[in-house]
Design a protein around this ligand. Structure first.
Ligand code: HAM
Length: 435
């Protein structure tokens, strides 16, 4: 029996057509990052598991990580996310780096998940993060960048929304207002994270296992019923959570001034599964009823550098996955046509004797930056046009017996249908026409 031609479960082969789409996604991501002056970085595929254990959260470590012991007895993992690597790199370099630090990367990540729509074992994730920005301004900029990215893909706020919350509000509610200990707070976080994925009865059952008293339960379900910025402000006022109210209002004021409000929806169930977040947390959701899933997730984290014995430095960022993004773009008919490659010119000849001259002209055009697809044997006129279409060529060059005699090339513009006879030596003239 021959070997399987399929890629490893949950991973993808990128044939040229898929690679063209990936290139389009990455180019749009890079363009957007550069619009905000973010600089590109990268890190290794493998890190010591310790790095993820420090902050990433139980689910990632226990269920999703690809880990193994290397030949030198080090316990390592293929990166399941980029943020710990980023934090390590920032910790190693921030003293010499101009701040705020604005960096982006598009790593491929591996998580051992059950492959399904929007979830694979390998995905590419656009990461943008800013470190050491003044109070709340980094969070607002990161959201502006995320919105700009979606706009650059042709999307608007009828197609997506950013569900947002602040972990500082949740911490104050659980720890101060409800007086829960760290362990119960942690468990309640995990329940909130699942709240929208389970029925109300299951949610109540999960909460009942925590043995909260009546007042604590009332506050908790009161909190969970909030769904607008106004309602959270009233809640924070009612329970006198003044600090959370002041800082969240500051964030909200910036969001109003910077035009972000049409994209934002307050959602108390957004707390995010990763443990390191301390400030705003958010997810970009597709509004289409058939594709209600997170395209992107992110948030602010104040303490990640502490694991490297460095002083705390605020960071905020997001990760946006290529799989969920592609589903979103397909759902809203925003995918470009990548069925064919793009070439400036297809060079053909209709007389065997023209092979060498066709090659020489092709080489000179390439020297001048023209994208040329050459052919290796003579091609009948009727075959030329279908080949040009498959190659996505804008122009075709023909060299037949006539042309050889006159020492000219016949170049046809496939869009305007115009054609030109140009001498073999007039490369500049050809370049002008083709560009
Ligand atoms: P995350 O929520 O785990 O966050 O992942 C962010 C996004 O990556 C998700 O919204 C989804 O689009 C995509 N994604 C995650 N897992 C998969 C998967 N198995 N298959 C396909 N797509 C997936 C983080 O990873 C944080 N480190 C992001 C971050 C950066 N926070 C701050 N800075």
């Amino acid at each position: 029996m021959g070997l399987s031609k399929k890629p490893y479960k949950g991973t993808r082969d990128f044939f040229p057509v898929e690679k063209r789409l990936q290139n389009y996604l990455f180019e749009t991501m890079k363009k957007t990052a550069h619009q905000f002056s973010y600089e590109e970085y990268d890190g290794p595929m493998i890190e010591e598991v310790e790095l993820y254990k420090a902050k990433s959260g139980e689910e990632l470590i226990n269920d999703q990580i690809y880990s193994f012991t290397d030949r030198g007895n080090r316990f390592v993992a293929i990166r399941p996310e980029m943020t710990p690597t980023l934090a390590r790199m920032v910790a190693a370099s921030y003293k010499e780096t101009l701040r705020p630090i604005r960096w982006f990367s598009i790593p491929n990540l591996m998580r051992y998940e059950r492959p399904q729509k929007g979830r694979l074992r390998e995905h590419w994730q656009f990461n943008c993060d800013i470190f050491d920005a003044p109070d709340r301004l980094g969070e607002v900029e990161i959201l502006q960048l995320a919105v700009q990215l979606m706009k650059n893909f042709g999307a608007d706020n009828t197609m997506f929304e950013i569900l947002i919350n602040d972990r500082a509000i949740v911490d104050e509610t659980f720890e101060n207002l409800m007086s829960l200990d760290k362990d119960t707070t942690y468990k309640l976080y995990k329940i909130v994270d699942k709240a929208k994925k389970v029925t109300e009865d299951i949610l109540k059952e999960m909460v009942s296992k925590l043995n909260l008293n009546e007042e604590q339960e009332t506050i908790f379900f009161d909190y969970l019923s909030l769904n607008t910025f106004e309602s959270i402000f009233i809640f924070l006022q009612k329970y006198k959570l003044d600090e959370a109210l002041t800082t969240f209002k500051k964030f909200h004021n910036y969001a109003v001034e910077f035009g972000l409000i049409p994209f934002l929806t307050y959602d108390p169930t957004i707390v995010r599964g990763l443990d390191y977040y301390t400030g705003i947390v958010f997810e970009i959701f597709d509004k289409h009823p058939e594709n209600r899933r997170a395209i992107c997730g992110g948030g602010a984290y104040a303490n990640l550098l502490k694991i490297f014995n460095e002083k705390p430095m605020t960071g905020v960022g997001f990760g946006l996955g290529d799989v969920t993004l592609t589903d979103f773009l397909r759902t809203h008919d925003l995918l470009p046509n990548v069925n064919t490659p793009t070439n400036d010119l297809l060079v053909t000849f209709q007389d065997d004797a023209a092979l060498v001259v066709a090659q020489k002209i092709s080489a000179k055009l390439r020297d001048n930056g023209v994208k040329v697809c050459s052919t290796f044997s003579k091609l009948k006129f009727n075959k030329v046009f279908s080949l040009a279409e498959k190659k996505g060529a804008s122009f075709i060059a023909f060299i037949g017996g006539n042309e050889l005699e006159k020492k000219t090339v016949l170049i046809k513009n496939l869009k305007s249908k115009e054609q030109f006879d140009i001498s073999f030596d007039s490369i500049d003239e050809m370049v002008k026409l083709l560009k």
